[in-house]
Design a protein around this ligand. Structure first.
Ligand SMILES: [Zn+2]
Length: 125
């Protein structure tokens, strides 16, 4: 989108104490964050890019995180040479940072932990 925002209006709103809140797509729904008046144009012209940057993520990673509902996927290659994508033990809905750490690990079939082992680890932390 080619966004041309009327800056004096935005400045006036901002000086009057108006906050700009956006709903970011999030695992499990959405999350609201306040953005600075000076970031509005950037946000409007590229909401996905802006959001990814907010997480310190690449756009690709951010979108995969959303698509998989925060479920880390196995990074092993199948016999056909495709990525396995079975879940890594321990469940989905991970926050982005944890998802990024675990994504590309191994599912049970490829030598990863069983869910019992993963749950045990979660409890002991
Ligand atoms: Zn696998």
């Amino acid at each position: 989108m080619d966004a041309k925002l009327h800056k004096p209006t935005i400045e006036l709103l901002s000086k009057s104490g108006v906050y700009f809140v956006v709903d970011l797509r999030w695992v499990g729904g959405s999350r609201s964050i306040t953005i600075e008046a000076r970031d509005l144009e950037k946000y409007v012209s590229d909401p996905v890019g802006f959001t990814a940057q907010h997480f310190g993520a690449s756009v690709e990673d951010y979108l995969r995180w959303i698509e998989t509902e925060g479920t880390p996927q196995c990074g092993a290659l199948t016999k056909k040479g495709k990525r396995c994508t079975l879940s890594v033990a321990g469940g989905g809905q991970r926050d982005f940072k944890r998802w990024k750490e675990l994504d590309g690990g191994y599912c049970q079939v490829h030598g990863g932990e069983t869910s019992a082992e993963a749950n045990e680890k979660r409890r002991s932390h």
